[in-house]
Design a binder for this molecule. Structure first.
Ligand code: PLP
Length: 407
């Protein structure tokens, strides 16, 4: 008898986006004349930078000739891309990461999920609340949690991110082995200072724990004092794996390219307490189960590091940050406390009422779609997330309508 992985039965149906879609389509049906502005999505809206498109095109042309055609590539990624990443994203910022420690992949989502294969099932995990749902659900699938009761899974240490702690989780009171951190944060938009990251790196070092650091939004950091990589922190090379993506940085959500850094000094332990190198394990996993990212896509990603590519992605992100600044300014002006939106495309707003009620209020009275915070975890109740991924014109109009609806 073929049996299922019963951990899948513990998963909570993800009603969030289907529920939003349902309410939006009901509203549109009743008000066909109203133009709805969507500020709920976590997807970019602007085209790939021209430098990436040019590189993409020429790489496709190379594939058309026997003399320049590329077959299977190295699973870890081509050196031309790994070297640019190490040089520009790390060494230029004083972070000691070599090209050989970079694993190019098709997504940070996949990597944050797949990496857990390297760890025992009975380790203790700490996951922020509210959270990007992938970290939690992939651990449920792997059997690392208990059942879902009263809005939370058993055997998970939730790191509450609240108004009281400024949406930066406190260190766990009970020992944990694997810690998920994401800065700039999705959904809250909070960023971590050097001091905050240092306390986590020190905690991991003292407790022989490992940090999974999701830096998918690092390109939105404009404050030079905020670290973009956890490897800017002393000691992190021993206790942290970092996930990066071209998705939000350069508009690659539909093109697919990301990378994970597993330093050669990063270790975990077997049951006897012997150290093992995670780099070797991930290399084995990646080359066994992954075929590498396609050559034209890696060429397109490499173009991000050219002089013109770099200028183009900066202006792409500046565009979204201008939207974010407007949203933040308007909502603050209306008397709502906000986090994010300055070094992040997300603004996390204290709606002061039930988050679905606030969602309905914005939809019905302003024709604007946001994301109710409760969809990201228990601590998200009472908040909404507004995303800056839309055109400036739409954001401007949305803010005019919200002001009329709320004041
Ligand atoms: C969008 C996003 C990513 C990027 O995922 P990809 O699979 O590379 O597109 C990673 N982490 C978070 C928190 C995100 O919001």
């Amino acid at each position: 008898m073929i049996r299922i992985n019963e951990n899948y039965l513990k998963l909570q149906a993800s009603y969030l986006f289907s529920n939003i879609a349902q309410r939006v389509s009901d509203f549109q049906e009743n008000h066909p004349e109203r133009k709805i502005i969507k500020l709920g999505i976590g997807d970019v809206t602007r085209a790939l930078p021209p430098a990436c498109i040019n590189a993409f095109h020429s790489a496709v042309d190379e594939m058309a000739e026997d003399s320049s055609f590329m077959g299977y590539g190295p699973e870890q990624g081509y050196d031309f891309l790994r070297e640019k990443i190490a040089e520009n994203d790390f060494k230029a910022r004083g972070a000691d990461v070599s090209s050989q420690e970079i694993f190019v992949s098709d997504g940070a989502k996949c990597d944050t999920g797949n990496i857990q294969e390297l760890f025992a099932t009975d380790i203790r995990i700490a996951i922020p609340d509210p959270v990007y749902p992938v970290y939690l659900d992939t651990n449920v699938m792997a059997g690392r949690t208990g059942s879902f009761e009263n809005g939370r899974y058993k055997n998970v240490l939730y790191l509450d991110c609240t108004k009281e702690n400024g949406f930066i989780p406190d260190l766990p009171e009970n020992p944990v082995d694997l810690i998920y951190l994401c800065f700039p944060n999705n959904p809250t938009g909070a960023v971590a200072t050097r001091e905050v990251l240092k306390t986590w790196v020190d905690y991991a070092t003292e407790n022989r724990a490992l940090i999974l650091y999701d830096a998918a939004y690092e390109a939105f950091i404009r404050d030079e004092t905020i670290p973009r990589s956890i490897y800017e922190i002393e000691g992190a090379r021993e206790v942290a794996i970092e996930f990066r993506s071209f998705s939000k940085t350069a508009g690659f959500t539909g093109t697919r390219c990301a990378y994970t850094v597993v330093p050669k000094t990063c270790t975990a332990y077997d049951a006897l307490g012997e150290k093992h190198l995670l780099h070797e394990m991930w290399n084995r996993r990646h080359s066994t189960k992954f075929n590498g990212v396609s050559y034209p896509v890696q060429k397109a990603a490499e173009a991000v590091y050219s002089e013109e590519g770099n200028a183009q992605i900066k202006s792409l992100i500046d565009y979204y940050l201008k939207n974010a600044a407007l949203i933040r300014k308007e909502m603050t002006g209306l008397g709502y406390a906000c986090v994010g939106g300055d070094n992040s495309p997300y603004i996390w707003i204290d709606g002061k009422i039930d988050s679905w009620k606030f969602f309905d209020l914005l939809l019905n009275n302003a024709g604007v779609v946001c994301t109710p915070g409760a969809g990201f975890g228990k601590c998200g109740e009472g908040f909404i997330r507004i995303s800056a991924f839309n055109s400036f014109e739409n954001v401007k109009e949305a803010m005019v309508r919200i002001r009329e609806a709320l004041s």
